[in-house]
Each structure stands twice: as C-alpha cells, then as structure tokens.
Design a protein around this ligand. Structure first.
Ligand SMILES: CC(C)(COP(=O)(O)OP(=O)(O)OC[C@H]1O[C@@H](n2cnc3c(N)ncnc32)[C@H](O)[C@@H]1OP(=O)(O)O)[C@@H](O)C(=O)NCCC(=O)NCCS
Length: 183
C-alpha cells in the first residue's frame, strides 16, 4: 500500500468545487516510479527550480511525512504537504513544502488540506508546528495567520539568497484545538 488514507474533505465543501467528486488526504508510505514522478512533476510545476527532485522527495517519504491531496476518480494530485520533525524540538513538525495546484488555488482547498494535516499531526502526538513563508506571499500568510492561527515569531533576512526574506510562523496545537474545538 503506497498511500494511507488519513481523512476526506467534507462533502459539503467538495460540492462547491467544479469537476471534483471526492478529495482525500493521504500519507505516502511507499512509492513506485509512477507515483514518485507525479509528486516530482507536481512540485516542479509549482516551485520551479526551488522544487525538490526525487533525491529530495524520497528521503522525505522514507524519513519525514509527505501528505498528498488527491481526487481519486480522475486520479489527480491537487496538493502536497511535506513535513519533517524538528531536530531541536522533537514535539515540533516543520512544514517544508505546501502547495495546491494552480487551477484550484483560492477556493478554500489549501485551508481544508492544511487543517487535515494538522489534525493528523495532533494524532501523531506533535505539540506544535512551524514554517517559513515569503514576506510577500499574501495568500499564504493570510491562510496561515488569519485562518489557522499561526503566530509570526521572527523575520529572517536573505534566508534563501539576496532579498529572499521569510517570516517564521509557529502554531501551538493547543491554540488550534481551542480555535476549532477539534478535541
Ligand atoms: C498558498 C496556497 C497553498 C494557499 O492555498 P489555497 O487553496 O489557494 O488557499 P485557500 O483558498 O484555502 O485560501 C485561504 C485564504 O487565503 C485567501 N487567499 C488565497 N490566495 C490568496 C491570494 N493570492 N491573495 C490573497 N488572499 C488569498 C483566500 O481568499 C482565503 O481567505 P478567505 O477564506 O478569508 O477568503 C496556494 O495558493 C499555493 O499553493 N500557492 C503556491 C505555493 C505557495 O506559495 N506555497 C506556500 C509556501 S510557504
């Protein structure tokens, strides 16, 4: 079994999307060449030269957590979320990559997907997560901060090269549970 089903997005939400009949969140447990290529293609499409290739994605599948958002009838990967455990704080997960395919952005899919990932991390006993985001990425900042409750804890200058400034954001899962009354 390559993909372990974690959860399904609410039917009420899926009805709002054209051309989509179901949407499930999967944790990648293993892969074949076809699955690996579809993950790499998705990632290259969104992140271009900043994308992980198979040499980066395979260790994440084996040692980290790679989540996929997938439409099963048309077998379409619509989102990816890659996480690693923080070396200095084993209760913290770091969101390394997160993206929704371009044609489905801005429809609430990213919110539903990340919320499902966080619920799974809570089930895995993580206590918090963090991420970095481009200071100009208004959509992502709005999603993380206003919709999900991440707090902006630092700003890193030239983090990925000249003028590639990032905000560091963190979410305490107790705050998340309070916000969504999840548990
Ligand atoms: C960032 C990203 C993951 C968000 O996913 P998404 O499915 O587009 O987000 P949602 O539709 O769930 O949006 C959540 C909120 O952000 C808003 N939003 C989405 N894109 C936006 C944009 N470009 N500008 C402003 N607000 C935006 C939505 O309106 C929604 O807010 P609302 O409920 O108050 O209306 C997605 O746009 C993406 O993959 N972008 C390219 C890759 C990327 O930047 N990844 C983040 C790396 S840190």
């Amino acid at each position: 079994m390559y993909l372990e089903k974690i959860s399904s997005l609410p039917k009420k939400f899926i009805k709002k999307l054209e051309d989509v009949d179901n949407l499930n969140i999967y944790l990648v447990q293993d892969y074949n060449v076809k699955l690996l290529n579809s993950i790499v293609d998705f990632s290259v499409n969104i992140f271009g030269e900043a994308s992980l290739d198979q040499w980066g994605i395979v260790p994440q599948i084996r040692r980290g957590n790679v989540f996929l958002l997938k439409e099963d009838i048309k077998n379409k990967v619509m989102g990816i979320g890659i996480l690693m455990r923080d070396w200095d704080d084993a209760d913290k997960a770091y969101l390394f990559d997160f993206a929704i395919s371009e044609e489905y952005q801005g429809l609430g899919v990213g919110f539903q997907f990340l919320k499902g990932i966080i619920e799974n991390l809570i089930d895995q006993n993580f206590l918090r997560m963090n991420l970095t985001v481009d200071v100009d990425n208004e959509g992502a900042i709005h999603l993380y901060k206003d919709k999900l409750g991440f707090k902006n804890i630092a700003r890193e200058e030239d983090e990925f090269g000249k003028d590639e400034h990032r905000y560091v954001m963190e979410l305490d899962f107790e705050d998340f549970k309070k916000k969504f009354q999840a548990k």
